[in-house]
Design a protein around this ligand. Structure first.
Ligand code: DGJ
Length: 749
């Protein structure tokens, strides 16, 4: 998969889908030559055109060669200071105050498999599944070494990259920036796609033309954030959901990050991504190394869906780990929107009774079971059960759920501390803070200083104690504010620039210890919904609560946007009550249900208050979900229509089971329209020559005002070849109602 041709200096990482080509020139400089659809051999049919460009300097050794300048070369992990004025991939300040280093190729190594990254989450692969190239660059004055690592996976259009920066000198070096990857594209004929949002409004798709100068999407919040996701894609302007070039970048990192693009004077594009260098400074002692997080680079010639397929595969097969990686995820009921803080064990038992009766599988007790927490003012950090609320104790509540055939889950927010807590009274120094400034609050809470070993130990011990005290099958790990005054009382002045990075590394150390100690437990991460939905968290916890917004209309956008990078099996999705608690909207139960079925399905409302008719519907939905669950959780997922395309009123999602035999199709029309067109859905990724029989159909629920239904267009019982379904398409029965949701199941004959 990886070859090196000494005569041309060409490194070619190649599999059936993708080629990634680097070139060593003059034995020193590492250039980026090609990334895209696989080519059998890179013989350089477009050699680099050396041109004398004014104001583009020559490195000292090439003073008289006016056509040679780093400023115009397509580079891989570029420096700053020798004439390349574009965005650098790294920056250092040496002990003498200068920032100039000169890194030349030293050696390389190609090995089967993929090494792990010390202290960091990263994609993993066996020796058969991947090959890794490590290129070592050495500074000419011997103060720094940078090792660039590239892994290509056997059957995926994915390259994983990271950099390791080592101080080989005798004095400390300040690392001011350390990107996970950088590269240059020859042109700038691209659109730039990022996922932006806010709390309860995560991951909207933004697509804008790439502009001259710099553009950035980033987080300065100490976490990957609701506001921007650690993701960027570059698409050709004519790339669609199903066709055209798409280049996607996603970080396996949960802290603040940045993706920068720069279109420079001659029209090429540089992309740089990794930890945000804003406020970052890492003191590298002699012999010490800094490991950047990993970046996953996906190329697809099948548009955004093709890119998503590759991300989904890599996340499902090479990021998520442990017992639950391939296990069907349980249907849960969470008490948060049912009771908020106002519960006792009697109420929880009633919820359990009803959940068991409806066929649900996991009862999750959310916030409020510990300390004296009756609202969000107190007790974070005091992980001791509140026996006034739960008279049977945690063990009693968990056993009681188990006795009804349900699994039992519990909420934690371990990285946080309330000022009103025994923990804070004992250890005010354990909070991230600046000594002489009062700390800012978020949801009345402060953030624990996870750079401190004793804080990490406290979290591991207190959470473990609870997990050992009762039969707990599931944990929801929440994180409800971002970092402010992000400094540590335990670090010296010259290491304060490391605090936010060390916080995330501390979190990873804690997560590794807890998840390894409790391999049976299913962990779901959460950050006020999807504020930390990233591949780093998924390495430890196989699913994430996608958003605090449970309104089905909003969820169509949120889940469509999230699916750009993450597969449905990683997305918690629950049916909640109407009017919806976040936006007040009243949508049909069918729409809420079908939308939630496109994720890790569950309920988050007081199910005991449902009418008998609603309960009967829920029983049917639950039975249907159980039947379709392998396809919905582990099949391939395709966006046919999203709220970000067309007029935004329609969404269609398609799932195909792993063996290709079952297809589940969902269609949502948010608002009814007058003189509405008849919608045809063109399916995708079916076998052209196989026949598919429509075996199930849930039409939108008609209202008494519906005048449109002249004869049914149900196709149940009929079979069609894959090519007809894909190229001619399937018609959607016209039913005039707001919040219409349809579901079809097709089986390959
Ligand atoms: C924020 C989460 O996203 C909610 O689901 C819920 O767990 C609350 N926190 C509890 O405080």
């Amino acid at each position: 998969m990886i070859t090196f041709d000494e005569s041309t200096g060409i490194f070619h990482l190649r599999n059936e889908k993708v080629s990634y080509v680097l070139q060593l020139v003059r034995g020193k400089y590492l250039l980026h030559r090609y990334w895209g659809k696989a080519v059998r051999e890179f013989r350089d049919s477009r050699p680099f055109q050396a041109i004398d460009r004014a104001f583009s300097p020559q490195p000292a050794a090439y003073e008289n060669e006016r056509t040679f300048s780093l400023d115009v070369l397509p580079r891989e992990y570029p420096d700053y200071g020798h004439g390349d004025f574009r965005l650098p991939a790294y920056a250092v300040r040496l002990a003498d105050g200068t920032t100039v280093t000169e890194l030349w190729y030293d050696s390389h190594e190609i090995k089967a498999g993929k090494p792990g990254l010390a202290g960091l989450p990263a994609a993993y692969a066996s020796d058969e599944e991947a090959e890794t190239l490590t290129i070592r660059l050495c500074d000419t004055n011997d103060v720094l070494v940078i090792e660039l690592q590239y892994t290509i996976f056997a059957d995926q259009p994915v390259i994983a990259r990271n950099a390791r920066i080592i101080n080989t000198g005798e004095l400390p070096v300040d690392l001011l920036n350390a990107a996970s990857f950088a590269m240059d594209f020859a042109d700038h004929d691209f659109d730039r796609v990022n996922l932006w949002g806010g709390h309860a409004a995560e991951r909207s798709i933004e697509r804008v033309p790439l502009m001259r100068g710099q553009q950035e999407n980033s987080s300065r919040r100490g976490a990957s954030s609701h506001q921007q996701s650690p993701f960027l894609a570059l698409l050709r302007p004519d790339t669609t959901e199903t066709a055209g070039d798409a280049y996607g970048f996603s970080l396996v990192w949960s802290g603040e990050f940045s993706f920068k693009t720069e279109v420079e004077q001659f029209g090429s594009t540089r992309v740089v991504g990794g930890i945000n260098d804003f406020e970052f400074k890492w003191q590298l002692e002699p012999e010490a190394a800094f490991q950047t997080p990993e970046a996953l680079l996906v190329y697809s010639d099948a548009g955004l869906n093709g890119m998503s397929q590759a991300f989904h595969n890599i996340v499902r097969e090479h990021i998520v780990r442990g017992k639950h990686q391939h296990a069907l995820r349980p249907i849960l009921v969470n008490n948060w929107e049912a009771t908020y803080f106002d519960f006792d064990d009697e109420k929880i038992d009633k919820l359990a009774d009803c959940a068991a009766d409806l066929g649900l599988e996991l009862l999750v007790l959310d916030d409020g079971w510990f300390g004296k927490r009756d609202d969000d003012n107190s007790s974070l950090g005091d992980w001791v059960v509140n026996l006034q609320k739960l008279k049977q104790g945690l063990n009693g509540v968990a056993e009681s759920a188990h006795s009804r055939g349900l699994r039992f889950g519990l909420w934690f927010e371990p990285e946080m501390i309330s000022a009103d807590s025994d923990l804070y009274r004992a250890h005010p120094e354990w909070v991230l803070q600046v000594a002489d400034y009062p700390s800012s609050f978020g949801r009345h809470q402060l953030v624990l200083d996870l750079t401190r070993q004793e804080v990490q130990d406290y979290i591991v011990e207190s959470v473990s104690k609870i997990l050992k005290s009762a039969p707990i099958d599931y944990v929801k790990w929440d994180f409800n504010r971002h970092l402010t005054e992000a400094f540590s009382l335990s670090l010296p002045a010259d290491k304060q620039g490391e605090t936010k990075t060390r916080f995330v590394l501390g979190l990873y150390a804690v997560l590794e210890r807890i998840t390894q100690a409790f391999p049976e437990v299913l962990f779901e991460s959460c950050s006020g919904g999807g504020g930390r939905f990233d591949a780093g968290m998924l390495y430890y916890m196989p699913q994430t609560w996608t958003s605090d917004n449970t309104d089905a209309v909003c969820r169509l956008s949120i889940q469509s946007g999230t699916s750009l990078v993450f597969p449905p099996v990683t997305m918690g999705a629950h049916v909640s009550v109407v009017p919806n608690h976040q936006v007040g909207r009243v949508t049909s139960l069918q729409m809420r249900t079908i939308c939630a079925m496109a994720g890790d399905f569950g309920y988050e409302l007081d199910i005991t208050r449902m009418t008998d008719e609603e309960k009967a519907q829920v029983r049917e939905h639950v039975a249907l979900y159980k039947e379709l669950r392998p396809t919905l959780q582990f099949g391939s997922f395709y966006r046919l229509l999203t709220p970000f395309t067309g007029k935004g009123n329609e969404t269609a999602w398609q799932f195909v089971s792993e063996d290709g035999k079952q297809v589940v199709l969902m269609y949502f029309k948010t608002l009814a329209q007058p003189a509405s067109p008849i919608r045809t859905l063109k399916l995708t990724n079916l076998a052209e020559d196989a026949r598919y029989k429509v075996t199930r159909y849930l039409p939108a629920q008609r209202t008494s005002m519906d005048f449109g239904g002249e004869g049914s267009t149900s196709l149940v019982g009929q079979s069609f070849y894959g090519d007809e379904l894909m190229y001619s398409g399937m018609v959607v029965e016209k039913i005039d109602t707001d919040f219409a949701a349809y579901l079809w199941v097709l089986e390959k004959e």
